[in-house]
Ligand binder design. Structure first.
Ligand code: SF4
Length: 112
């Protein structure tokens, strides 16, 4: 099979042409090796960072996953954060460790 995709690993946004069959992935159009890694992961287990917000006693605060999580779990990760109502937090605080056993923590990104 063949597929085209845009690498999102850096602002260059290379147009990747990806051929895959029998577990073998061939990539062209990549400006560096990270594009190959990205394409392989997109074919086998696509992942994304999740950015959302959490309710606190001081209002709503922005937060995100510390590492990308499998795409199919994005909605469930957001639901886990929506369940929370927490106290005072600051930038960098971890509010959920290892969310849904993904290895990702949910971290406060708000600066205020
Ligand atoms: S292939 Fe390399 S240069 Fe191109 S967008 Fe991906 S990370 Fe950037």
């Amino acid at each position: 099979m063949e597929k085209e995709m845009i690498c999102i690993m850096c602002p260059m946004g290379c147009n990747l042409k990806v051929k895959y069959s029998g577990g073998k992935v061939e990539v062209s159009g990549n400006g560096c090796n990270r594009g190959v890694q990205f394409a392989q992961e997109e074919i086998t287990c696509p992942k994304r960072m999740v950015t959302t917000s959490v309710k606190t006693t001081e209002g709503v605060k922005a937060c995100k996953t510390s590492i990308p999580v499998p795409k199919e779990l994005i909605f469930k990760v957001v639901q886990e954060v929506e369940k929370l109502k927490i106290g005072k937090v600051k930038f960098g605080n971890v509010i959920i460790k290892n969310v849904l056993n993904t290895g990702a923590d949910i971290v406060i990104t708000a600066n205020d």
